[in-house]
Design a protein around this ligand. Sequence first.
Ligand SMILES: N[C@@H](CCC(=O)N[C@@H](CS)C(=O)NCC(=O)O)C(=O)O
Length: 212
Amino acid sequence: MITLYTAATPNGRKAPIMLEEVGLDYRVRPIDLSKNEQFEPDFLAIAPNNKIPAIVDEDAPGGPLAIFESGAILVYLAEKTGKLLPASGPGRYKTLEWTFWQVGGLGPMLGQLGFFAGRSKTKPPEAIERFTEEAARLFKVMETQLGRSAYLAGDAYSIADIASYAWTFAASTMIKQAAPAAWGDNPNIERWLKAVGERPAVVKGMGVPAAS
Ligand SMILES: N[C@@H](CCC(=O)N[C@@H](CS)C(=O)NCC(=O)O)C(=O)O
């Protein structure tokens, strides 16, 4: 059994989508970020960076294994099940390339844009401009890639698509309202958002944790 520590945020939704896709049993332990539960000692023992998502796999070879960082969780679950990440060859590295592109680029830039353009009390123009430009640049890169292939890492759906889905969905809805210039004319991304968003595992995973 896998325990998933998560919250209803774009990073938090990657792991439940993946667990639904690969069909592993899991239980959800919601972490309430508004109550700072991510700083509680029990959670820090699993995720010392005080961020969700994290998992504990009770059935890992060698005993229970705790993993934090969404990219590491996606790779672990893919390798545990042999799904959504090729075991070798160019397809493996294309999948890792686009997965790390999201974890190191798209996610952090959209997170900062969402904060400065949305939740910040002072809304500093220079920060909003910087992160809007960077988000627009990243979506142009994504749009071009999705003009070349059906999915981010090629013609097969993979962990790279799971990594990017919830953030791109947030950008096409909430972030687009707060910073319209971040979201250009992206027909290939729109097509991909629809295809990925209609997958039953994605529909289920986007609802985890259930609203309380
Ligand atoms: N690089 C991390 C980012 C995770 C992250 O930023 N999680 C946010 C929610 S989307 C969080 O837990 N924030 C709580 C905090 O910063 O205290 C990952 O990909 O897992």
